[in-house]
Structures are given as structure tokens and as C-alpha cells.
Ligand binder design. Sequence first.
Ligand code: AMP
Length: 219
Amino acid sequence: MRIVLVGPPGAGKGTQAAYLAKNLSIPHISTGDLFRANISQGTELGLRAKAFMDAGDLVPDEITIGMAQDRMEQPDAEGGFLLDGFPRNVSQAEALDEMLKTESMKLDAVLDLEVPEEEVVKRIAGRRICRNDSAHVFHVSYTPPKTEGVCDACGGELYQRGDDAEGTVRNRLDVYHTQTEPIIDYYKAQGLVVTISALGEVKDVTQRAMDALKKTGTS
Ligand code: AMP
């Protein structure tokens, strides 16, 4: 089972991807998480990616595609994967198609998480993420942790992503509209897109996503 998750920043892709991957027993592959891990380990790749991420721009394809491909070729991804944040433009989508074609594989579904723009800005401004696990996500007003700054799930430190600052969020939204949204039409032409609303409780959105994937015959 090979699924791509798309949606604007703040749609809850990371949170939903973690639950869906668990329910479907496939690895959750997030290029954003891979970049952040490279940055915290101080790798060459991390150094090259950092300035683009800080500005809310896309990291160039020649860095991103190879990194994503390496991850998809790991043994745990043989039976499928859930891609979160990749592809993010049409040339990445084409590269992914090529890569799958050489392995005689194909995507099963593209799950599009829809959320109104005003909601996205509110969600991101209050978002706090655990340093130990990016799937542990809180919001200062919607889903505050029991103790300020501390993750309920594992006790890790909560922080605000540098690229969640308001100025950067606007650019990330522009980048989403101009560069990422066109992949939805690209995949519509292949009959792969399933759109669901990402509003409401996390568990309700997960259920909606599972129901939508079932209808496609994917899960
Ligand atoms: P995310 O955690 O998915 O919101 O990604 C955080 C940042 O990492 C993005 O704003 C980009 O700068 C970079 N990034 C993640 N995935 C990609 C990708 N597929 N192509 C280019 N840049 C990416």
C-alpha cells in the first residue's frame, strides 16, 4: 500500500500520518522530519537544507528527491509507505512515478486534507511540537499540554518550530498554493485523489481518512 498525504501546512498531516501509518502497518515517511533530523545531527545535507526551511521555501529537488528515494528503499518500506510532505511539486511527483515504475510499483491513493486558510494560520501560530517525537503535537489553546512546555505523552520538551513564525507561515502557504497544489491535478488525472475535511477532532479526521481509503479499496 503506497499512499501520499497532501495538504497545506497546519492541516495536521504529521499527526494524521502517524495514526494512519500505525493503523495500516506501513512506515510514515516525512521529508520534513528527515530534514530536521539531518539538521540536528549537523550533517552536510542538513546544513544545505536549513536556510531554505528557515525561509519557508522548498529545499531544492536535487537534495530532496535523493533523500526521499533512499528512505523509500529501506527494507521496512518494501511493502508500502505513507508519504507525508513528499512530493511537494510536480517534478518531485514525476520523479516518484519514475522511481515506482522502475520497480513495477504504483501509488494506491493520494489523500488530500482540506482545511480553510484562516484555520491554518490559527493552528500553526499556537502549534507546539515535542523534541522527542514530531507526532506529539499540541496547541496552546486547542489542545494544551497538562504542564506548559512539557509533552503529555513522553515528558519531552515542547517547542515552536522556527518556520512556524507568522512571516514564514505566509510564505509556506504561498509556496503550497503555487508549487504543491498543482500535484493534486497531476494525481487527479491518474484518478488517485481522495479529498477529506481535516476539521474537527484528530480521531474523527483519522476515521474519515480510513473510511475514504477503504472506499478506494486501498485499506
Ligand atoms: P514539513 O515538516 O513537511 O512542514 O516540512 C518543513 C520544511 O521542510 C518545508 O517547509 C520545506 O522547507 C522542507 N521540505 C519538506 N519536504 C520537502 C519536499 N518534499 N521538497 C522540498 N522541501 C521540503
